[in-house]
Design a protein around this ligand. Structure first.
Ligand code: ATP
Ligand code: FE
Length: 368
């Protein structure tokens, strides 16, 4: 079996061809990051236009590299939820047209499900396992019991950690920093944090009293905003210039983010182990999403898995961020499980908002 996967849910136009042995036969990606960095965020119509300009070429490149003739594809899998409406629309209409033209089945993909299952492409991981997805648009903890069988243990009640880090980085004007000008906000914070002292600022971990696995990052962002404003006054510089305390602020934000994420994850593991949903001795925690590539946050997660006798696994960085491989692989997983393979695509719509799995976050809070 061979699947073509197509991803356009946010700001990456990506495609890949993957077989049922997990071999990546071909892949291509066009990142819009540089364009969006200049405007200080994603402008949906701009993202849509860029997807339109690139999708044909990216899919062609992935197919050519794979040397698989389109007639030999088993199916076309495409992200249809959740994501930016205008972006999702480009991938969906392109894919439906292609599926129709090639007379191939279509497999609609949930972007977060694809992130969660990616680890099974690179590692031999059996169900169930726990997954922590932390990126610019998402923040959740879920128990993965099967290809399409998820229990949602916790999620962010406001913004995602990557979004918060991006906002802090923008407020610190790190794009003007000579060492960080080409990095994403989160990566810039990680880079600068190495030169800073996290103890310079005493930031409280968010939601410390809430005994559930939910997350929150807006409060932290607001506190950091205030600190930056105060420091600008103290240092007598204008907004948009680099603070001399920027590295200390980055270190403190990164540390507090890591603590918050690690604590919630610890609670989720204990909950699942107590309920018999996860093994007490050899459970697996998968951490993925752009923020999971942060090594400081990974260290914090390692401490949690050490005390709970779990194994921490992270997909390689290029599979942690948005890509076409994970979409194609999710298509393979669904083909194998016989789930959601469409021969008639009438009525298929994209869904900008779509929760992952069955939400049991209230139960987790009560059990504590
Ligand atoms: P989605 O939420 O749909 O997965 P996304 O584009 O945000 O979309 P990713 O590409 O997985 O997803 O992640 C990008 C985010 O990860 C950005 O917010 C970026 O700042 C953050 N990020 C990237 N590298 C790091 C790092 N080293 N440390 C912290 N955050 C990082
Ligand atoms: Fe993603």
């Amino acid at each position: 079996k061979v699947v073509l996967g197509i991803e356009t849910s946010c700001d990456d136009t990506a495609a890949a061809v993957v077989d049922d042995n997990g071999h990546v036969l071909g892949e291509a990606i066009h990142s819009q990051t540089e364009v969006h960095l200049k405007t200080g965020g994603i402008i949906p119509p701009v993202a849509q236009q860029l997807h339109r300009e690139n999708i044909q070429r990216i899919v062609q490149e992935a197919l050519c590299a794979s040397q698989v003739p389109p007639s030999e594809l088993s199916a076309i899998a495409t992200t249809i939820k959740p994501g930016l409406a205008l972006s999702l629309g480009v991938g969906l209409s392109f894919s439906l047209q292609l599926a129709d033209q090639l007379k191939k089945p279509f497999i609609p993909i949930h972007h977060m499900e694809a992130h969660a299952l990616t680890i099974r492409l690179t590692n031999n991981v059996e169900f169930p396992f726990l997954v922590l997805l932390i990126s610019g648009g998402h923040c959740l903890l879920a128990l993965v019991q099967g290809v399409s069988d998820f229990l949602l243990l916790g999620k962010s009640l406001d913004i995602a950690p990557g979004d918060m880090l991006d906002k802090v980085a923008r407020r610190l004007s790190l794009i003007k920093h000579p060492e960080c000008s080409t990095m994403s906000g989160g990566k810039a914070i990680e880079h600068l944090a190495k030169q800073g002292n996290k103890l310079c600022f005493d930031l409280k971990p968010p939601m410390d009293r809430a005994k559930n696995c939910d997350f929150s990052f807006t409060g932290l962002q607001n506190i950091v905003d205030k600190i930056i404003m105060q420091k600008e006054k103290e240092e007598g510089i204008e907004m948009g210039q680099i603070l001399s305390s920027a590295a200390d602020i980055a270190a403190a934000v990164q540390h507090t983010t890591a603590c918050h994420i690690a604590k919630r994850t610890h609670r989720a593991i204990l909950f699942c182990q107590r309920k018999g949903l996860l093994s007490q001795t050899n459970a697996v925690l998968v951490a993925s999403g752009g923020v999971a590539s942060n090594l400081y946050i990974r260290k914090a997660l390692e401490m949690v898995t050490n005390v709970t006798q779990c194994t921490l696994l992270c997909p390689p960085p290029r599979l942690c961020t948005d890509n076409g491989i994970m979409i194609a692989w999710n298509g393979i997983e669904r083909l194998r499980a016989g789930l959601g393979i469409l021969h008639n695509t009438e009525g298929v719509r994209y869904e900008p908002k779509c929760p992952l799995g069955v939400d049991i976050s209230k139960e987790v809070g009560k059990a504590a």
